[in-house]
Design a protein around this ligand. Structure first.
Ligand SMILES: Nc1nc2c(c(=O)[nH]1)N[C@H]1C(S)=C(S)[C@@H](COP(=O)(O)O)O[C@H]1N2
Ligand SMILES: [Mo]
Length: 322
């Protein structure tokens, strides 16, 4: 776990070496290093906690260029205080109710305005990409925030691979629909499956990350296993979890939160301290974990990533396009 080792994870909870010497893993290790990643995923045991094995250290590199220097929140802050309405509406519900969720095997459908389409296994999706760790600020629309060491790869790299046509102006993402496994989907709080979208230039921005891990481990279920989106300059709800479909579209896709409350949750959802949510302010945020008194801090435009992304919105009225 290197410098971020979290002492709150007891040794008994760290998967034993045996995971790595699973027969399939050893076979995969004889092939390319990318195949090792795929083998590691296949070998992941679905019992115990965390649900997935640590990524072998050499399989990802840290990317200091795209990382904040702020100290990351603990593993516990990141994996026991979550929004994942498919597993309930309280912050502890995803941690409690997702433990038996089957995030392996997994496949993702690539669809719409692209030259290459089809259904791909998670291993095939990951194979050509090298994973990196990026420490990002994360800002939920509910005005809390945290610092997270994600492991993933740029969405732009995946998009290039599937060769979108000139008609592809947006990218739409869809979460698994499975009310048997996802009790929240038996209620009608959202129009399931959860859907999100980005404009193609937002999707191609080098900050936009497809995430498969956190703190050097594969994502636990409550964090969106096995594949989720992170767009660090936008409110957290854009970061759709447990993605099963990525579709290139000509029209702006409908998104779950925008459908449920269009005056509260816009399509762009750029972090903007100057535009309040109708029911609460957005100029401050509470950094979870740590010292409660010191925890109220100013929210920054674009969550602190303005230098990288403000140019994407030149000429747009960001009060109107919230
Ligand atoms: N499928 C799905 N994705 C989702 C959500 C959800 O309810 N379902 N919640 C969103 C919201 S509101 C936030 S703040 C982030 C929370 O991610 P975290 O649990 O890793 O902090 O996930 C986003 N992605
Ligand atoms: Mo959120």
């Amino acid at each position: 776990m290197g410098q971020y080792h979290d002492p709150s994870i007891r040794p008994s909870e760290i998967p034993s070496e045996a995971v790595y010497f699973d027969r399939r893993y050893v076979l995969a290790a004889l092939a390319t290093s990318a195949a090792v990643i795929g083998g590691g995923i296949e070998a992941a045991p679905q019992t115990g906690r965390p649900a997935a094995p640590a990524l072998p250290e050499p399989r990802y590199t840290r990317n200091p260029k795209f990382s904040t220097n702020e100290p990351p929140n603990s593993w516990e802050d990141i994996t026991t205080y979550n929004n994942f309405y498919e597993f309930g509406f309280e912050k502890e519900d995803p941690y409690r109710n997702s433990q038996n969720f089957r995030s392996r095997p997994w496949s993702v459908e690539i669809d719409g305005e692209a030259e290459i389409r089809g259904r791909f296994t998670l291993e095939d999706i990951l194979k050509p990409h090298s994973l990196e760790e990026r420490i990002y600020r994360f800002r939920c629309v509910e005005a809390w925030s945290r610092i997270v060491p994600w492991v993933g790869f740029p969405l732009a790299d995946l998009i290039r691979r599937f060769k979108p046509t000139s008609r592809a102006k947006f990218v739409e993402f869809t979460t698994l629909l499975d009310p048997k496994q996802m009790p929240g989907q038996r209620t009608r709080v959202l129009d399931w499956p959860y859907r999100e979208g980005l404009r193609i230039d937002e999707a191609m921005n080098p900050l936009t990350l497809l995430v498969v891990g956190v703190y050097g481990k594969w994502l636990p279920n409550q964090s969106g296993a096995p594949l989720r989106l992170i767009v660090p300059w936008k409110y957290g709800f854009k970061g759709i979890k447990s993605i099963v479909r990525i579709q290139f579209t000509e029209r702006q896709p409908a998104t779950s939160w925008n459908l449920s409350a269009p005056d509260e949750y816009g399509f762009f959802a750029n972090v903007n301290p100057a535009v309040d949510h109708p029911r609460w302010g957005q100029s401050k945020e509470r950094r979870i974990g740590g010292n409660f008194l010191a925890s109220r801090i100013d929210t920054l435009p674009f969550n602190g990533y303005a230098a990288e992304v403000a140019s994407l919105y030149r000429g747009m009225d960001l009060r109107r396009f919230y």
